[in-house]
Design a protein around this ligand. Structure first.
Ligand code: AHM
Ligand code: MG
Length: 336
């Protein structure tokens, strides 16, 4: 579908509500709530250097990592906004050990959706003024409405997502999302606090020239990944490719989607499952990638077909321009 520019996100949500297959307005309200929380978090991220909210908050999250203060703030803002608007029945967050059940004892509440969120991804970049992001994933619950949500509602494969998106707090702030009908990007005009449709119908170029991986881990990677990296560096045809790695998934993904490229976080001899979390990092990015004509795999198979077993499960993640991911897959298959 051809989409006109200069439209606000609010207008876009209303116009596209009817194209969504289960449309009842609930999903639109939910995306509106995320839009609002994104603006609040954007405000916090932008003033981070000014008000000394940087540095570890002193807590560690379930993965044993230091939490930065802004992680905590972003987590609170998103959860509060979703709770206040009473539009979801459950939330799972990277920063919470367990999922949160909302209005679980109130039969009046017929909310169908659960949200999984990484409120501030790439937070080790905050104190050096490098872009960070929020990633979200939305499912319809599988247990009956009006009852408390259970783990089953969250452990759904990515192919069941009804919407997914990210916010990149970069040189400008953008919200990019899909409801399964292509990918659209909206840029925040900070002067008036409004997101405008700036990138309609985003698509990964079929092939690109950027590979993004933490090459410091090279010696620990498995043979297929090592050989693919060497392939990227070879002088042949359109190679060598350019290496670009910010260390902030949302930013690396966003750049690769616009310019063409591949992002890799493989397993290694030291991290058997990789680093990234399936439910609130890999699945939403995979949904966006596929909707934008890209691919996302966890090794030999599609990320979105993995049946999750744990809320904070990690998986190897490879994602980007279709032809590049297919080439990588050839290398991976040689050694398995
Ligand atoms: P986080 O959720 O703790 O911020 O970790 C996820 C981040 C990704 O944004 C990024 O791509 C990756 O970790 C970088 O990891 P590394 O520093 O190991 O390369
Ligand atoms: Mg994260």
């Amino acid at each position: 579908m051809l989409r006109k520019k200069n439209k606000t996100l609010g207008e876009f949500i209303i116009e596209n509500q009817s194209s969504f297959q289960y449309s009842s307005g609930e999903l639109s309200k939910l995306i509106n709530a995320i839009r609002l929380a994104a603006k609040v978090v954007n405000h916090e991220v932008n003033k981070a250097g000014l008000v000394d909210v940087l540095g570890a908050a002193g807590d560690t999250n379930i993965q044993g990592e230091d939490q930065q203060k802004l992680d905590v703030l972003a987590n609170e803002k998103f959860i509060q906004t979703l709770k206040n608007r009473e539009i979801v029945c459950g939330i799972a967050s990277e920063e919470e050990d367990d999922f949160i059940s909302i209005n679980s004892n109130d039969e009046q509440h017929q909310n169908k959706y659960v949200v999984l969120i990484d409120p501030l991804d790439g937070s080790s970049n905050i104190d050096v003024n490098v872009s960070v992001g929020t990633i979200f994933s939305i499912y319809r619950r599988v247990t009956p409405v009006g009852t408390p949500v259970t783990l089953e509602d969250f452990l759904q494969p990515g192919n069941q997502q009804v919407a997914a998106g990210y916010v990149v707090y970069g040189t400008s702030t953008m919200l990019v999302y899909t409801t399964g009908d292509g990918v659209n990007g909206f840029t925040l005009n900070p002067a008036i606090g409004t997101f405008y449709l700036s990138h309609p119908n985003m698509q990964f170029p079929e092939k690109g020239k950027i590979y993004s991986v933490n090459e410091g881990n090279y010696v620990h990677f498995h043979r297929g990944v090592k050989d693919y990296i060497k392939y990227c560096q070879q002088e042949e045809d359109d190679r060598p490719y350019t290496s670009r790695y910010i260390g902030s998934l949302v930013s690396d993904f966003h750049r690769n989607m616009i310019k063409g490229g591949i992002y890799m976080y493989p397993k290694s001899s030291v991290t058997q499952s990789g680093k990234l979390r399936l439910l609130y990092e890999c699945n939403p990015m995979a949904f966006i990638a596929e909707q934008a004509n890209g691919l996302a795999i966890g090794g030999k198979s599609r990320i979105m077909d993995i049946q999750p077993t744990e809320l904070h499960q990690r998986v190897p993640f490879f994602c980007g321009s279709r032809k590049m991911v297919e080439k990588l897959q050839e290398f991976l298959e040689k050694y398995h």
